[in-house]
Write a protein that binds this ligand. Structure first.
Ligand code: PMP
Length: 286
């Protein structure tokens, strides 16, 4: 069934939504994005995603084509028009389409391009991968230095996923100066002696919206949290590991570079955090 998508103020059948070949997103990866999950037809962590979007735009001196209230309405309308119960909404804003290719930013009055579309994923919350746990490999982090901005330059993360696939694994954790930064499309955590350890915030990682919520719930549940880098060796000796992202929530990791963690099944901390995150987010969904 053809989706209804949103492009620059219009709701259109997906085949009719067209963007210029001069669009800076297409030519220069000059754009930012967000992914918001939908559970029970409602948006998870919308306020966090909207706030990070504003920050990404402002870090790139890019104009926002839409306010947060109107953006929420577009998300809700797409959920309604496409009858989404569980799935995701992808949002992308680029610096628009000037009339030629040029490294220099186009004039201020060039309208940004804004696109949103839904991805229908029945069973998203009840994922078999969450019961099984993921296997990851480590790869060097070869991305640019402003990973705190959620840009659409996703070629290296894509290459990382292909490296994991070629190795028969599920995903890759990236390593820089000896420490894990994050997963290709998620934040990375280990658990040792009941302490949750995850990379501290900085320009080296994306400030995950799910990360912020999960760490808040962990602290509220009196769990110990340490925000610092860790090595692959330390991770392989951990009691458990997991990742977080808007589309996977909390997902256990059971193997890192061929080393099995614990008994090779999802650990109790990851399982509990997934449950708390899903319960609390459903309650707060808009
Ligand atoms: N790090 C990277 C590199 C990501 O691409 C993502 C997901 N887009 C995350 C972390 C997780 O962020 P969030 O919880 O906001 O989805």
């Amino acid at each position: 069934m053809s989706r209804t998508v949103y492009l620059n103020g219009d709701y259109l059948p997906e085949a009719e939504a067209k963007v210029s070949i001069f669009d800076r997103g297409f030519l220069m990866a000059d754009g930012v994005y967000e992914v918001t999950s939908v559970l029970g037809g409602k948006l998870i962590d919308f306020a966090g995603h909207a706030a990070r979007l504003e920050r990404s735009l402002s870090e790139l001196d890019m104009r926002s084509p839409i306010g947060t209230g109107a953006l929420l309405e577009v998300h809700r309308e797409l959920v309604r028009l496409n009858d989404i119960d569980e799935g995701m909404i992808y949002l992308q804003i680029t610096r628009g389409a000037p009339d030629d290719r040029d490294f220099v930013y186009p004039p201020e009055d060039t309208p940004p391009t804004i696109v949103l579309f839904t991805q229908n994923k029945p069973g998203l919350a009840d994922s078999p991968a969450a019961k099984r746990g993921m296997k990851v490999i480590s790869i060097p982090d070869e991305r640019w230095g402003r990973r705190d901005i959620k840009t659409v330059q996703l070629l290296y993360p894509s290459m990382g996923k292909m490296m994991a696939k070629a190795a028969g694994k599920d995903d890759a954790w990236m390593v820089e100066d000896g420490a894990v930064t994050e997963g290709t499309s998620n934040n990375a955590y280990i658990v040792k002696d009941n302490t949750i350890i995850t990379r501290n915030l900085g320009n080296e990682i994306l400030h995950g919206i799910t990360r912020a919520a999960v760490l808040r719930f962990a602290r509220e549940a009196q769990m110990q949290v340490e925000e610092r880098g860790f090595t692959i060796k330390e991770a392989q000796a951990a009691d458990e590991a997991f990742i977080t992202s808007a589309s996977t929530f909390v997902m256990p990791v059971v193997e890192i570079d061929d080393a099995t963690l614990g008994d090779g099944t999802p650990g109790p901390v990851a399982r509990r955090l997934r449950e708390i995150y899903l319960d609390e987010s459903r309650k707060a969904a808009v």
